[in-house]
Design a protein. Structure first.
Length: 318
């Protein structure tokens, strides 16, 4: 079923409630405009009276949702799509997927929300791709609380506090071909026991903090990223982050080290290019790190620096 509507201003807690399956809500370019009320939703896809029989296969498209707490909110609603939506200037989140699986959030504009732009909370197998996410004071895209197997691909993320954040056991997710640049703090952060994620082929350039940070997380793969011209470090591993692979990245012209590993043992730093950084190319304050075949030349304070470290392998570096 396809719904063609002309939504207007509303002071209700939710302007549009979709409680059944197999629906396309087409806003026809109109605006769902709220009154900034706490807990309000512009477009709400859920059925609170039916905890087991939730709506599925719901598409929301071609609409602006502004001045709500949540612009578009999928709650326990699987196999849907959110596309061509402008979810901006909401009091909490632009688009939220809560305990919702296999939803595509594709080709949206998400800007100036008071908290985060796109938030995946306890959802699996979602595709968050080709969105323009900017000017959100916290995260541009946040994936949290046991969210697995989500694809975060080809998004433009600028002027957020953090571009992309994985936290609270968000594991086995793919972060690929995003531009997470010129954000107020870190470009990409993986933290709080978020394990076995892949960070591949992203541009993480000119962030005020670090380019990529991994904290208290295990088994992540950081490969073929450009983490350059960040105010702090290009790539940083800290706080007991172990068994991570940092491979074939460019970390150039950062304000601190190209790669910093501190308080985190048993990591691999392989075949990276690290030049023109203000401090060292690679700095290690950890044990049992494999530092192999990196090019760490023309940094202000040296190529590779190890301190309070033991049982590290430093092999075939330039």
């Amino acid at each position: 079923m396809r719904l063609l509507v002309q939504p207007q201003d509303s002071s209700l807690s939710s302007c549009v409630n979709i409680t059944v399956s197999d629906i396309t809500f087409d806003g026809q370019g109109n605006t769902v405009d709220g009154v900034d009320g706490a807990g309000t939703e512009g477009i709400n896809v859920t059925n609170p009276s039916s905890p087991l029989g939730q709506p599925s296969n719901v598409t929301v498209r071609n609409v602006t949702a502004t001045n709500w707490s949540f612009g578009v909110d999928y709650d326990r609603s699987d196999n849907g799509n959110v596309t061509e939506v402008n979810a901006s200037s909401n009091e909490a989140l632009g688009i939220r997927l809560q305990a919702s699986d296999n939803v595509g959030v594709i080709g949206n504009f998400v800007s100036g929300n008071t908290n985060a732009g796109i938030f995946v909370l306890g959802g699996n197998g979602n595709n968050v791709s080709s969105n323009n996410v900017s000017g959100n004071p916290n995260e541009g895209i946040s994936v949290s609380q046991n969210s697995f197997d989500n694809d975060i691909v080809a998004n433009e993320l600028t002027d957020n506090n953090a571009g992309i954040s994985l936290s609270s056991a968000a594991s086995s997710n793919n972060i690929t071909r995003n531009n997470a640049s010129a954000n107020g703090d870190v470009g990409i952060v993986i933290q709080a026991v978020s394990n076995n994620n892949s960070v591949l082929d992203n541009k993480v350039i000119g962030n005020t903090g670090a380019g990529i940070t991994i904290s208290d997380s295990i088994g992540n793969n950081v490969t073929s990223n450009n983490a350059s011209a960040n105010t702090d470090y290009g790539i940083r591993l800290r706080s007991s982050s172990t068994n991570n692979d940092v491979t074939e990245n460019d970390a150039l012209s950062n304000g601190e080290d190209g790669i910093l590993v501190t308080g985190s043992n048993d990591n691999d730093v392989l075949r990276n290019t690290l030049s023109f950084n203000t401090d060292q190319g690679i700095q290690i304050n950890a044990n049992r790190t494999d530092i192999i075949d990196n090019n760490a030349t023309q940094n202000n304070n040296g190529g590779i620096f190890l301190f309070d470290s033991g049982n590290n392998d430093v092999v075939d570096n330039n």
